[in-house]
Design a protein around this ligand. Sequence first.
Ligand SMILES: NC(=O)c1ccc[n+]([C@@H]2O[C@H](COP(=O)([O-])OP(=O)(O)OC[C@H]3O[C@@H](n4cnc5c(N)ncnc54)[C@H](OP(=O)(O)O)[C@@H]3O)[C@@H](O)[C@H]2O)c1
Length: 339
Amino acid sequence: MKYKYILATHAGGPEVLQVMETDLRAPARGEVRIKVLASAVCRPDITVRSGKALYSGTPLGQKFPFVPGYAAVGIVDAIGAGVTRVSVGQNVGALTVIGGYSEYLYWKSDRLIQMPTGLDPAESVTLILNYIVAYQCMHRSARVKPGEKVLMIGASGGIGSSFLQLGQLAGLKMYGLASPEKHTLLQAYGAQAIDYHTQDFVSVMREAEPSGINVVFDGLMRPQTVNGALSLLCPAGRLISYGEPAGFGDLSRVLSRMTAVNLFSAEKSCRLYGTSFYFLGKQQPFLEDWQKLFQLLQTRQIQPLITQKFSLSDAAAAHRLLESGSVCGNLVLLASELL
Ligand SMILES: NC(=O)c1ccc[n+]([C@@H]2O[C@H](COP(=O)([O-])OP(=O)(O)OC[C@H]3O[C@@H](n4cnc5c(N)ncnc54)[C@H](OP(=O)(O)O)[C@@H]3O)[C@@H](O)[C@H]2O)c1
């Protein structure tokens, strides 16, 4: 039997995403084969495909061709020898980083995220990347407390909309930067919206919160924004940066500033957040937090904002839409039988 997958043939625009076909094979030892029901379309898929990710063009960068797709959910369809943790028919997710844009996925059984049954695949796939970033930034990195004042730099996208829902649930007083056409989204979750195109967020925040704010969640990692954000923090204030910097220049300027704050300021602290910790021996907190998120979804305490669903073959159209900057929330590729 043949199955389809999407190949990014070389660095470039969405047109480099080609629909390919290959034969299904049996899973290798320790591997499971997943019938993919939904794949997330997210910002890192685009930066890597376009060759604009931080490490693109370096020995650590993604080699072409490759199958994009940072996160996927589906059903275990076959198991290889030695697999005992999961069985055929079980719902699972995978933080794949690459490989998620496919009808079938081969994945190491010890890297699977076990999922409850009955969840909507389009909604649940947003938990695998966008919600886990927002949840861990809030509850592991910043350890927010109800009533704290927070600013979200990038409040309307995939991760930003997850912050809004989780922030409302955590009882935070929220401010967020977004384009004006997306302000109703922020307001729907009780956040005060700031138009970063026309307003200086530092002045707006100083006026709104003269005694400072407790936490900034930074999805940009730009030196100027980081400096502005730091100037707004009150005593015991925390800056959590999770965005991918535009280049090594920005990265080194932001890191030196953060290091200086952590070394010399008794009043403020800075942390970087990255899902890469999942692959660096810190799996357990992720597995625990995904289960909490699945529970929040099951009880409808979170309701992921799915802006549009596409078929796998329309991955290029999904990339075009996300790159247009008009998306509020999440885009998802769905298995054809679910569309
Ligand atoms: N650390 C990790 O593990 C991890 C994991 C996934 C993603 N990321 C990174 O996190 C960042 C956000 O990802 P995402 O999926 O949420 O992206 P996204 O859906 O494309 O959203 C981007 C957000 O940034 C806002 N924005 C863009 N330019 C801005 C500016 N100059 N000033 C203020 N806000 C601006 C956008 O606002 P408008 O659209 O309203 O203009 C939007 O809210 C990306 O850098 C991504 O690579 C990190």
